[in-house]
Design a protein around this ligand. Structure first.
Ligand code: GLY
Length: 293
């Protein structure tokens, strides 16, 4: 069966403007990392995680290193991984002190009976699984600090950012991974859509895989990722499903976007923001990246 991977680096404005190209290139690097795994016969789950780790480690994105800061000036991250072959999911919310939240989400999926662990409990679980503590100072970039200081002085901007990857492997299994620092200057403990299966992340071999980006509170209320999968189930092409999901987001005046892949390896994406950086390697082996909406 054809393999494909599509990643996003978040919907919304990209500041400064010349960073947009770097974000698109970063998405392409992430897609290539995932595709190398798919091309070698690896699983969609491994590919989605690998792509997400590249994005988490790239300080250009609001996930892992480069995460925005909450109202207390601290990094709290959310991530989710879902396996379409068995509908198993693992997620962490408001986790601190780890380099790659998506890898902790994977441990929740594979080594715990739970779906979602939050806060200090998620951190304790990560340590118990051998995940090394990662100093907060290494997650905080100059850009995140400047933005936080500006918001403290001038008010909250409510601009989210997220990274994510959807993939289908040669066995026809799909997977979705999403990771984020959430919304800048958010209330400590705030959890967005990304770690919630059905909202920011969903994967089902019977339909496809979806990763969303945008205003978490709006995405949660319309259960965006599951909505897009339901559109696939109704017969939509992934592009039509993504566009329908963005129209649905308009129902709650939400801003954001999503990436979609179905088990045939067809991809689709849509956003109602001016920009959404993304990169892909499609079922024909064509690769590309872009950032315009
Ligand atoms: N979509 C990212 C967030 O709202 O947390």
């Amino acid at each position: 069966m054809p393999t494909a991977i599509l990643v996003h680096g978040g919907a919304g404005a990209i500041f400064p403007d010349d960073r947009a190209h770097a974000c698109a290139r970063g998405c392409l690097e992430a897609a290539r990392a995932g595709h190398r795994i798919l091309a070698a016969g690896g699983s969609a789950l491994d590919a989605a995680v690998a792509a997400c780790v590249v994005l988490e480690d790239d300080p250009a994105f609001n996930a892992g290193t480069g995460s925005v800061l909450n109202a207390d000036g601290e990094v709290e991250m959310d991530a989710c991984l879902m396996d379409g072959s068995n509908l198993r999911a693992g997620a962490v919310a408001a986790i601190r002190g780890v380099r790659n939240p998506i890898e902790v989400a994977r441990l929740v999926l594979e080594r715990s009976p739970h779906v979602l662990l939050a806060g200090s409990g998620a951190e304790r679980f990560a340590r118990a699984q051998g995940v090394a503590p990662w100093p907060a100072s290494l997650l905080v970039t100059e850009r995140a600090l400047t933005r936080w200081q500006k918001e403290r002085d001038e008010g909250w901007t409510n601009k989210p950012g997220t990274v994510g990857a959807v993939a289908v492997d040669a066995q026809g299994h799909v997977a979705a991974a999403t990771s984020t620092g959430g919304i800048s200057s958010k209330h400590p403990g705030r959890v967005g859509d990304s770690p919630l299966p059905g909202a920011g992340t969903y994967a089902d071999d019977e339909t496809g895989a979806v990763s969303a980006t945008g205003q978490g509170e709006a995405i949660i209320r319309v259960v965006l990722a599951k909505f897009a999968c339901d559109q696939l189930a109704a017969g939509d092409h992934p592009q039509a499903a993504a566009e329908a999901a963005v129209r649905r987001l308009g129902r709650v005046q939400g801003e954001g976007g999503l990436v979609v892949v179905d088990r045939q390896g067809r991809i689709g994406l849509a956003a109602n923001t001016a920009r959404m950086s993304r990169g892909w390697v499609d079922a024909e082996g064509n690769e590309g990246c872009a950032f315009e909406g």
